[in-house]
Design a protein around this ligand. Structure first.
Ligand code: SF4
Length: 207
């Protein structure tokens, strides 16, 4: 690994440790273990299929099932039928679950403040780099595909001459810049392999 790559990995490790410690403390303060806290936060943000949640959180379906059972027993989530797949179940937060999730911020306040201090260009550069790193990990089958622009059927990278807003989202029919790249978009529609490969090539061809 090159010296600069090692520095980037060191930054990831430092930030991940700080973020995880904050998440664990927030879960503990609300009577949950860390995995229960993560599942509740995810379900409160958006109902999700159990199999998708397990893959996203990197845990086995059996472990996810135990965690969900514990949250159901606390009346914080429910298992709902999935309209698109009769055999699947969607995990949805109850009103009580959403109230508990609101007590658990997605990131410690100091980290939120540090990110808020960044300028638009710095946020854009970070989101662009994260998009490419996450996409490479997905292509290597190291992590599951998530709802990000670069794997979305509606994404048209670098189709405008405007340097501030070169990309286009066909779903909302609007131009946008790197600082508005999404990594968890509810309107995401998975692109075909060919579309995603084309989008990546066009995304990296400029910038
Ligand atoms: S629908 Fe969402 S993920 Fe897809 S291009 Fe638009 S903003 Fe990006």
């Amino acid at each position: 690994m090159s010296p600069d790559s090692r520095q980037i990995v060191s930054a990831f490790k430092r930030l991940a440790m700080y973020w995880r410690a904050g998440q664990w403390q927030a879960a503990k303060d609300n009577g949950l273990n860390p995995t229960q806290g993560e599942v509740l936060q995810r379900a409160a943000a958006q109902p999700a299929r159990a199999s998708d949640l397990a893959a996203e959180l990197g845990i086995t379906p059996a472990s996810l099932s135990d965690t969900v059972s514990a949250l159901v027993a606390k009346a914080l989530v429910t298992r709902c039928p999935d309209r698109e797949d009769k055999r699947a179940r969607r995990i949805e937060a109850t009103d009580a679950g959403r109230r508990v999730a609101e007590q658990m911020p997605e990131a410690p306040e100091a980290l939120q403040a540090a990110i808020a201090e960044l300028g638009g260009d710095e946020r854009g550069a970070l989101l662009r780099a994260f998009t490419l790193i996450i996409r490479s990990l997905q292509e290597a089958r190291a992590i599951p595909v998530q709802q990000m622009c670069i794997t979305c059927h509606h994404f048209r990278p670098n189709m405008h001459d405007d340097a501030a807003r070169p990309h286009h989202c066909m779903f909302v029919d609007a131009a946008f810049g790197d600082a508005a790249l999404r990594l968890d978009c509810a309107d995401h529609e998975t692109a075909t392999e060919e579309e995603a490969a084309r989008a990546r090539a066009r995304f990296t061809a400029v910038g």
